[in-house]
Design a protein around this ligand. Structure first.
Ligand SMILES: NC(=O)c1ccc[n+]([C@@H]2O[C@H](COP(=O)([O-])OP(=O)(O)OC[C@H]3O[C@@H](n4cnc5c(N)ncnc54)[C@H](O)[C@@H]3O)[C@@H](O)[C@H]2O)c1
Ligand SMILES: [Zn+2]
Ligand SMILES: [Zn+2]
Length: 348
């Protein structure tokens, strides 16, 4: 092992990323060092690349970015006894404080003071990443590494989809981005009746159909949700809604098409000032819940168990590139003409 490594670095407060050699991160006594095999590009990384308003408010360069990955343990700190060199692992990207009321109660997903890997501390788009042992996730046998590389966003989808009982229910998903499509696959796997997914991007809707053959994609440019519901014989509205677009229009069309007493889980980040039809929520007795991150570590357990029992997301991976071709990967992600984009670091 040399003392430097390749990493994708946000060097300056400006658009772009640089592939550089940087010092190896140190492994503290409670840490695990992971040799990164594969990473996946997230919408968050695209924001950081383009240095948009969100990135300017949250990221302090210089920093190694990236938080979706799979790798192999190569070193453990002196206080680590639950991982060994050679273990295939991924990592929970939210590092919790361990001190707040929710952390102390064991509700780590509700921590008041999290740090995000690849946003607020050194990330995984590198040959090596070091994280606290509490965040390391041992991968159950039989799961392809490509799929483990997308466990972070799959965890968002699983966390959202499992918020409410889906068995025999009619489920509406707004937004056929990678996470919306994952949520459709999870809803199918869990025994929903109708799984309807909306978007206005035909590439994304086609991808949804390839990944989840028994879902009903709705192209909002040419179809009305109300007509689709009638066609499916749905008279009263959706039982469960999963909002995965971050569009106010999508949220309001969901609210308008729920059964009375229906339940909505919101993952997509809404724009400030979004107007919501409160009286429909009140009059129709809807329940809305915000979803953040993943349950530590119940979401990871359920996600692995579902993959082991047939949840197949392989067709969602549309690009697999050498890490040196990261520019092509970021272009694909920004174009809207991709599913998940994998960067391979094993050639470093
Ligand atoms: N809460 C969390 O912890 C968390 C974690 C990860 C991602 N997110 C958010 O979840 C959302 C989904 O993530 P992603 O990576 O799949 O995003 P994405 O941007 O790739 O996909 C969003 C999709 O929504 C579609 N869309 C836009 N307007 C729409 C409308 N009115 N109706 C239907 N579809 C519409 C877009 O065409 C796009 O395909 C994003 O908003 C992301 O920021 C939240
Ligand atoms: Zn992500
Ligand atoms: Zn906390």
């Amino acid at each position: 092992m040399t003392d430097s490594m390749y990493a994708l670095v946000k060097r300056e407060a400006a658009p772009g990323l640089a592939l550089e050699r940087v010092p190896l991160p140190e492994t503290g006594m409670n840490d695990v060092r992971i040799r990164v095999h594969l990473t996946a590009i997230c919408g968050t990384d695209v924001h950081i690349y383009h240095w948009d308003e969100w990135a300017r408010a949250h990221v302090r360069p210089p920093i190694v970015i990236g938080h979706e990955y799979v790798g192999e343990v190569v070193e453990v700190g002196s206080m680590v006894d639950n991982f060994a060199v050679g273990d295939i692992v991924s990592g929970e990207g939210h590092i919790v404080c361990g001190k707040c009321r929710n952390c102390r109660a064991g509700h780590r997903v509700l921590c008041m003071d999290t740090l995000s890997v690849g946003v607020e501390r050194q990330g995984a788009f590198a040959e090596y990443v070091v994280i606290p042992k509490e965040n390391v996730v041992q991968i159950l046998p039989g799961i392809p590494e490509e799929i483990v590389a997308i466990f972070d966003p799959l965890g968002n989808a699983v966390h959202t989809a499992l918020k409410y009982d889906l068995v025999g229910e009619d489920v509406l998903i707004t937004g056929a981005g990678p996470i919306g499509i994952m949520a459709a696959a999870v809803a199918r796997h869990c025994g929903a009746r109708h799984v309807v997914i909306t978007d206005m991007n035909p590439y994304r809707l086609g991808l949804a159909k390839r990944v989840v053959p028994r879902c009903r994609p709705v192209d909002l440019r040419t179809e009305r949700l109300e007509d689709v519901m009638r066609g499916l014989g749905m008279r009263e509205g959706f039982d469960v809604g999963l909002e995965m677009s971050g569009a106010g229009a999508a949220l309001n069309s969901m609210i308008a098409n729920m059964i009375h007493g229906g339940k909505i889980a919101l993952l997509g980040f809404q724009k400030p000032g979004t107007v919501v039809d409160w009286n429909s929520i009140i009059l129709n007795s809807l329940t809305l819940t915000g979803i953040y991150g993943r349950e530590m570590f119940e979401t990871w357990y359920k996600m692995m168990a579902m993959v082991q029992s047939g949840l197949d997301l392989a067709p969602l991976i549309t690009h697999r590139l050498d890490f040196r071709d990261y520019e092509e990967g970021f272009r694909a992600m920004a174009s809207g003409q991709s599913g998940k984009v994998i960067l391979d670091w094993t050639t470093a």
